[in-house]
Design a protein around this ligand. Structure first.
Ligand code: AMP
Length: 273
């Protein structure tokens, strides 16, 4: 992959890169299209990165559909699919605890507080993938807003020669954000899962009606989730998009964030204000 990219770069070809963990859906494909529209060559990667999963998380049962994914990428006109093995990415001697990138305090709050080590795993593997693929643009979904913030910070702080581009969250008709983890949900849980979008939308409506108080917006989201018996709230907050610091008032950089468990499945979502 690295030598293909090197040859393309020497010819001045712009490379767009979309890293994923596979089990591709319209959310991923929307990023491929974004890349396709801007860059001459589009590279997608599929790598279920073990270092970003906690010991009790769903690494073993994370959905893997490589043949279907490859067919979808071909339909989208993606030029390269980079699908390394864990041994290739982490060869013997790679010391995960010694060589890693941490973005603090951003990577330690919200998702980072609930999933210790998650964002170090994400930042490190994304840095490795960027070094391998050497893209002009790297595309990430707004769906994972904190991941996007961590990567923007890393790229800026470490002077990585890539432009990060964000794509909007793709949703089902009833508002549920597309996620590879949605397939864990039973039909009853699937209906309850819309609670994240309902909570965000309620707060957003109140914001549109003039409410700026962070506490009031938080309360609306909490109340919506409390009314859903199948959902357990992890957090609902109003934060700064770049730093994830909680905001007392909704200003220009404000983002509503929410995470809840539906049975054993954790779902996250967010909405910019
Ligand atoms: P994942 O395979 O979950 O690691 O996601 C790969 C990329 O797709 C990340 O940049 C995600 O933010 C993005 N993504 C996942 N779900 C969606 C969605 N519903 N809408 C837009 N982008 C998404």
């Amino acid at each position: 992959m690295n030598s293909y990219s090197g040859a393309l770069l020497r010819e001045g070809v712009r490379i767009g890169f979309v890293p994923t963990m596979g089990a591709l859906h319209e959310g991923h494909l929307s990023l491929m299209r974004l890349a396709r529209a801007r860059d001459a060559i589009v590279v997608a990667s599929i790598f279920v990165n073990p270092t970003q999963f906690g010991p009790h998380e769903d690494l073993a049962r994370y959905p893997r559909t490589p043949e279907q994914d490859a067919a979808l990428l071909q339909e989208e006109g993606v030029d390269f699919l980079f699908m390394p093995s864990a041994e290739e990415m982490y060869p013997a001697g790679f010391a995960t605890l010694a060589t890693r990138i941490e973005v603090t305090p951003l990577g330690g709050v919200f998702e980072g507080a609930i999933r210790p080590g998650h964002f170090a795993g994400v930042a490190t593997v994304v840095a490795k993938l960027l070094n391998v693929v050497r893209p002009t643009h790297a595309y990430f979904g707004q769906k994972d807003a904190q991941q996007l913030a961590v990567i923007r910070r890393m790229v800026r702080d470490l002077d990585m020669p890539v432009e990060v581009v964000a794509g909007p969250t793709v949703r089902e008709d009833d508002g549920l954000a597309l996620s590879s983890r949605n397939r864990y949900l039973t039909p009853e849980q699937r209906r309850a899962a819309t609670v994240l979008y309902r909570a965000l939308s309620s707060a957003h409506r109140r914001y549109a009606a003039g409410e700026r108080d962070g506490e009031a917006l938080r309360r609306i989201m909490c109340a919506t989730v409390e009314a859903e018996p199948l959902a357990a709230l992890d957090y609902a907050d109003l934060v700064d998009t770049a730093t994830f610091e909680p905001l007392a008032e909704a200003g220009p950089q404000a983002l509503l964030v929410i995470a809840a468990r539906i049975g054993a499945t954790r779902l996250i979502d967010n909405m910019p204000l």
